[in-house]
Write a protein that binds this ligand. Structure first.
Ligand code: ZN
Length: 283
């Protein structure tokens, strides 16, 4: 458990998947990135599916929900899924049940961030996994997800977000938003047009869940390294510059969603370059 002033943050995991290194590292040649992360025989690298359960102002707030467990075996093979769908079990380990969650925050609607929003019921219909929760989604992200283009079609699945609307559990927000007096959402675009990060600020302490603005520590240490799936890569770099500046000033704790080696770290500037010092290793 991580304490940020009055805010309690529990890192939880939906499991791990294996992503093609070419997608994750974009234009960076493998001879460079393989020194940072060694790929397997299929050129894949492991990706954590880390989520957060945050306790703030009497609310239990879940940030992202992993890939979930609605895939067929064929889809699992294509997506490199080996151990997804474990979020509820991991929450139970900490003593939380699905019905305990008051709010679900989706940083964006790519399938590895919101697949656990819903589950199949006995009639094979997708229904909200968290029966009491209000799910908060950005208006522009919802529009992009409902009407994907040729390039984003493979990651926006209606079953992950449309049932929320049908169950009247969807809350559409527009831009930077306050979740509680000490927890807020801030638009951090680039990966998607309205991708958002989650920031806790309480009693002078700060933490930021970077989601896919910088899903691994190396993405902050090398600002030009941008994944191929970011829809606006130059905006991603601007976002990372702004967030690193903020993190240095506030000495904020950084929380990483996909970094399998690092749950959290702190940023330091050295000779004009950024370095992430590990705070907590693997979950
Ligand atoms: Zn992701």
């Amino acid at each position: 458990m991580i304490q940020i002033g009055n805010v309690r943050i529990h890192p939880v995991s939906d499991g791990v998947f294996w992503a093609d290194g070419g997608g994750l590292f974009g234009l960076v040649p493998r001879v460079l990135w393989e020194k940072v992360v060694a790929p397997d025989a299929l050129n894949r690298v492991p990706m954590a599916l880390r989520c957060l359960l945050i306790e703030s102002a009497g609310k239990r707030i879940l940030v992202d929900t992993g890939y979930g467990d609605k895939f067929t075996d064929k889809e699992r093979g294509i997506l490199g899924l080996t151990s997804e769908g474990r979020l509820l079990a991991d929450l139970a380990r900490l003593g939380f049940r699905a019905e305990d969650v008051d709010i679900v925050l989706n940083t964006h609607l790519h399938a590895d961030h919101c697949g656990g929003n819903t589950r199949w019921n006995e009639r094979h219909e997708a229904v909200p996994t968290f029966p009491r929760a209000e799910y908060w989604v950005q208006r522009l992200e919802l529009a992009d997800a409902r009407f994907p283009d040729e390039r984003t079609r493979g990651t926006y699945f209606a079953d992950n977000f449309m049932p929320l609307e049908h169950a009247e559990q969807l809350r559409v927000i527009d831009g930077d938003s306050l979740v509680t007096p000490e927890l807020r959402l801030e638009i951090a675009p680039g990966h998607t047009r309205s991708h958002q990060v989650v920031i806790a600020e309480s009693l002078g302490a700060s933490a930021i869940f970077l989601a896919d603005a910088a899903s691994w520590a190396w993405a902050l240490e090398r600002l030009a390294w941008v994944p191929a799936y970011d829809v606006e890569p130059l905006i991603s770099i601007q976002t990372k510059k702004r967030l690193t500046r903020w993190a240095i000033t506030r000495q904020a704790l950084l929380l990483f969603e996909h970094d399998p080696r690092l749950v959290s770290g702190r940023l330091r500037e050295e000779d004009g370059r950024f370095k992430v010092d590990a705070e907590q290793g693997i979950d």
